[in-house]
Design a protein around this ligand. Structure first.
Ligand code: GLC
Length: 737
C-alpha cells in the first residue's frame, strides 16, 4: 500500500482502533469455536468487543488454521486491517535443529544462518509472519535455564550469530521463504542474580554496554524488524518501562525504526515489579518508555484510552506505536495479501522435506562436542553395542522450545545406531528414569509425550540394563537432564546429572566394558564425576529431529567431530558464573606475588573449569606452529597479518577450529585476560599443513573506555592463536596512534 494510502487509513482509525493495534493475544482467542474464545477473554480481562481490533496473535501455526483465523477476523474488523502472526520458532519450525547453545558450538555462522533460512521456509508457507528469534542474550551462568536458548558466553560469536540468524530469517523478503525477525530479550536478561529466572540484573553501564548490548545491536544492524523487551530490570528500572534503553539507546543511538514488543505479560508485570501501582500506571509507563505492543495482557486495551481522554497521556505515543505496527504490516504486504505465504500445498511439500532433514542431520554432527575419547571412538559396525539410559530410545530430543515438534518424526539414538551398525549388533535397555524425584519439577501442560519422569522400580530397570550390557563389547550410556530442566523457568541450583542416572553409569562401568557417554542437556553440566566413568564422552545438547542419525554419524566415524564449546563447563555450580574472558583481578591465582592463600581462588574447588570455552576434541590431532606477525606495530591505518601453520599429525582427515584471542594488557579500565577475535575452520587431510592467517586491525581493539567512549587505546597487546581459550601460543604487538 502506498504510504499516502496508509496514512489515510491511519487517520481514519478511532482511538480504540489504534490501541487495538498495540495488543497481542494468542490464537485461541480466535478459535472458530466461540465458546473456547470466551474462556481466555474472561481470564485475561479484555472487553470481548475489542477482540476484533487486536493487531497480532502469537503461537498459532498452520497455513489453513491461520488463513481461517485471518478470514474470521477480517469479517469482523471494521477497517479490514489484517493481523500479524508471530511465534516462537527458535531452533526450527517442524524440522527441529539442535538447541541454540548447540548451534553456538559450531563456531560456524554460515551454517547457523542456513538453519534460519530453512526454518523461515517452513514457517512462511505455514502462515507465520514473524519469529521471536534470535535470542541473543549473553549468558555466563549455567544455572539459568534459558542458557539453552542462547549461543553462549562470547560476544564475538553472539554478534556473528545474531547477524546470521536475522539475515537467514529475513533474506530477500520473499513471502514463501522468509519471515521477519524479532530479536530478544532486550536487554541483559541473561545475567539474573544467582542465575534465578526473572531475577534482578545488576550490571554497571560499562559492562552492559561492553558485554551485553553488542549482540542486540548486531541484530538491529542486520535489519531485524522487531525487538522484544526483557522481563528484568536494568539499574532498578524494568526494561519494559526503561526509556533510556528503549528510546535513547535503541532508537536514538542505534537508529532502530521497527516495532518494540513486550515479553509475555511484561507490561502488566510493572505492578509486581513495584514501579506501577496499578494497570493504568503500568500502561502509561510502558507506552511512554517506547514499548509499542503489549503481549498477552489487557493493560493497554483497558487503560490507554482513558489515559488519553483524561489528558494523562499524550496521544503522540499511541500514534507513533500504532503507525509502526501498520508500517510493519505494510512491509509484509498484508493489505494486499493478508495470507502472505500461507499455502497448504507448499506446506505439505516443504515442511519436514527430505532435503531439510538431511541438512538437520548434518547440523547435529556439527554441534556435538567430543569432550573425551580414550581411543574408543569411532566404533566399527561389527562391534556389539548396548545402548542404555533414559535417552537411549527417547523421542523427546528437541529441547524446551520446540513447541511445534512432530515427535513421531524424531530419530532416537537407538534407531540411529541400529541403522548404521551391522545386523543384530545393537541392543537397548532403558536402565533408569530421567529424574530421582519430581516433587520440585514443574513441567509444561502442553508438552507432548514428556515421558515418565520417575520409575516405580529403578533397581529392576538397572538390573535389566546390566544384563543387556553384559552381552556387549561397548556400552553407550545416553543420559541427561529432562528437557524441562532448562529453558524458561528452568533455573537449577545444581548443575549435575540426576543421581539415578549417574548410578546407572557406575553400574555399567563395573562391567569392565568401554563406556561411551552421550550427554543430553540444555546447559553446561558439572561432568567431572561422569567423566571418571566414561572412556568417551559426547555433549549432544538437545539435537532435535535428526538427533539419532546425526549422533550415529559421529559414533561410527562418518563425521569427524569439529564442534567447540561456546560456553564454559564449570567444575561445580560453585564456580557460576564462570567465563573465559574474565578480568585478572589484583591478585590472580596464577602469577600473584602474594601467598596462595591470599589470591583470587577457592579453598575447596579449583578455579579452572572442567572444560574451557572453545574446547572440543576431534578424531584427528593437530599441531600449531608459533605465531608469525608481519609487524609488531599496529596503527589505525595499518593492519598486522598474524599466521600459524596448522598440521594434521594424524591419519584421520579432520577440521580444526582455529581460534584467535587478543589481550589488552593495560587499559583505562580493566580488560579481559583474553577475548575471542576470530575463528577459522580448516579441513586438513592426514599429514597436511596449512597456513592460517588473521588480519588484525585497530577496530578489533575498541572497548568502552573510562570516558565511556567506544574506542581503542595505545599500548601493548598479546595475541593468541590456538585450539581453545586455554592456549598459550602467543606473541605481542603494540598499538600506536
Ligand atoms: C515467553 C518468553 C519469550 C517468548 C514469549 C512468547 O515468556 O520469555 O522468549 O518469545 O514469551 O512466547
Amino acid at each position: 500500500m502506498e504510504q499516502t494510502k496508509l496514512k489515510e487509513l491511519f487517520d481514519s482509525l478511532t482511538l480504540d482502533e489504534k490501541i487495538g493495534q498495540l495488543v497481542q493475544l494468542n490464537g485461541n482467542f480466535f478459535d472458530s469455536n466461540e465458546k473456547i474464545a470466551t474462556g481466555p477473554v474472561v481470564k485475561i480481562g479484555i472487553d470481548k468487543e475489542k477482540i476484533y481490533q487486536t493487531g497480532s496473535i502469537l503461537n498459532t501455526m498452520g497455513a489453513k488454521e491461520l488463513k481461517d483465523i485471518q478470514d474470521r477476523y477480517l469479517q469482523k474488523n471494521d477497517k479490514k486491517i489484517p493481523m500479524l502472526f508471530m511465534a516462537d520458532v527458535i531452533n526450527g519450525f517442524k524440522t527441529i535443529f539442535p538447541i541454540p547453545l548447540g548451534l553456538g558450538c559450531t563456531f560456524n555462522p554460515k551454517l547457523v544462518k542456513k538453519t534460519a533460512e530453512v526454518t523461515a521456509k517452513e514457517a512462511a508457507v505455514s502462515g507465520l509472519h514473524i519469529t521471536f528469534s534470535p535470542m541473543v542474550d549473553m549468558v555466563r551462568d549455567a544455572r539459568w535455564g534459558r542458557v539453552m536458548e542462547s549461543y553462549g558466553e562470547d560476544n564475538y560469536l553472539n554478534c556473528e550469530y545474531a547477524k546470521a540468524m536475522v539475515e537467514g530469517y529475513q533474506g530477500n523478503g520473499d513471502k514463501y521463504s522468509t519471515i521477519l525477525s524479532c530479536v530478544k530479550h532486550f536487554a541483559g536478561y541473561g545475567a539474573p542474580v544467582a542465575g534465578r529466572e526473572y531475577n534482578t540484573v545488576e550490571l554497571g553501564e560499562r559492562s552492559l554496554r561492553q558485554d551485553y548490548l553488542p549482540s542486540y545491536k548486531a541484530a538491529v544492524d542486520a535489519g531485524c524488524e522487531l525487538v522484544m523487551t526483557s522481563f528484568n530490570t536494568i539499574d532498578g528500572i524494568p526494561v519494559t518501562a526503561n526509556d533510556w534503553l528503549l528510546r535513547d539507546i535503541l532508537r536514538k543511538d542505534w537508529g532502530f525504526k521497527g516495532v518494540v514488543i513486550s515479553d509475555h505479560s511484561a507490561v502488566k508485570e510493572l505492578v509486581p515489579h513495584g514501579v506501577a501501582k496499578d494497570g493504568k500506571e503500568a500502561a502509561k509507563l510502558a507506552i511512554e518508555a517506547g514499548c509499542d505492543i503489549d503481549m498477552m495482557t489487557a493493560t493497554y486495551s483497558n487503560h490507554l484510552s482513558s489515559l488519553v481522554e483524561s489528558g494523562q497521556l499524550d496521544m503522540k505515543y499511541i500514534d507513533e506505536a500504532a503507525m509502526r505496527v501498520l508500517e510493519l504490516k505494510n512491509k509484509l504486504g498484508l493489505f494486499e495479501n493478508p495470507y502472505r505465504g500461507a499455502d497448504e500445498k507448499l506446506e505439505k511439500e516443504v515442511v519436514l522435506c527430505e532435503e531439510f532433514r538431511k541438512f538437520a542431520r548434518e547440523v547435529v554432527s556439527q554441534t556435538c562436542v567430543l569432550l573425551k575419547n580414550d581411543s574408543i571412538l569411532p566404533l566399527t559396525k561389527n562391534q556389539k553395542v548396548a545402548v542404555v539410559g533414559p535417552y537411549a530410545f527417547n523421542k523427546n530430543l528437541s529441547g524446551m522450545w520446540s513447541i511445534n515438534v512432530d515427535s513421531e518424526k524424531v530419530v532416537t539414538i537407538y534407531d540411529g545406531l541400529k541403522k548404521q551398525a551391522n545386523e543384530n549388533c545393537v541392543t537397548f535397555a532403558k536402565g533408569s528414569p530421567l529424574l530421582d524425584d519430581d516433587h520440585l519439577f514443574e513441567s509444561f501442560g502442553y508438552a507432548k509425550n514428556i515421558g515418565e519422569l520417575v520409575s516405580d522400580n529403578p533397581v529392576e530397570e538397572c538390573q535389566k540394563a546390566v544384563q543387556v550390557a553384559s552381552q556387549a563389547d561397548i556400552v553407550i550410556v545416553a543420559i541427561g537432564e529432562h528437557p524441562h530442566q532448562s529453558g524458561e523457568g528452568g533455573s537449577r541450583g545444581e548443575i549435575t546429572l540426576p543421581r539415578v542416572q549417574v548410578e546407572l553409569l557406575k553400574e555399567m562401568k563395573k562391567l569392565g566394558k568401554s563406556i561411551v557417554t552421550l550427554i543430553f542437556s540444555g546447559r553446561p553440566l558439572a561432568l567431572s564425576e561422569v567423566s571418571q566413568y566414561s572412556d568417551a564422552m559426547l555433549q549432544c545438547w538437545f539435537p532435535g529431529t535428526e538427533g539419532g542419525d546425526g549422533i550415529a554419524d559421529i559414533i561410527y566415524g562418518k563425521v569427524n567431530p569439529s564442534a567447540r564449546l561456546s560456553m564454559t563447563f564449570p567444575y561445580s555450580v560453585g564456580q557460576c558464573p564462570i567465563y573465559y574472558n574474565e578480568m585478572s583481578t589484583g591478585r590472580p591465582a596464577k602469577g600473584s606475588t602474594h601467598s596462595k592463600r591470599f589470591t583470587s581462588r577457592y579453598i575447596d574447588i579449583p578455579n579452572e573449569p572442567t572444560y574451557c570455552f572453545g574446547y572440543g576434541l576431534t578424531y584427528s590431532e593437530f599441531k600449531y606452529s608459533p605465531i608469525e606477525l608481519d609487524s609488531h606495530i599496529l596503527t589505525p591505518n595499518s593492519s598486522i597479518k598474524a599466521s600459524v601453520v596448522v598440521e594434521n599429525i594424524s591419519e584421520q582427515e579432520g577440521t580444526e577450529t582455529v581460534q584467535l584471542y587478543i589481550r589488552d594488557l593495560v587499559g583505562s579500565v580493566v580488560r579481559p585476560i583474553k577475548e575471542l577475535k576470530g575463528v577459522q575452520k580448516v579441513l586438513l587431510k592426514p599429514n597436511e599443513s596449512q597456513k592460517v592467517e588473521f588480519i588484525i586491525t585497530e577496530d578489533m581493539l575498541r572497548f568502552v573506555r573510562k570516558d565511556m567512549k567506544f574506542a581503542s587505546e595505545e599500548g601493548d597487546f598479546e595475541i593468541f592463536i590456538g585450539k581453545d581459550s586455554s592456549t598459550e601460543n602467543k606473541d605481542t604487538f603494540v598499538l600506536k596512534k
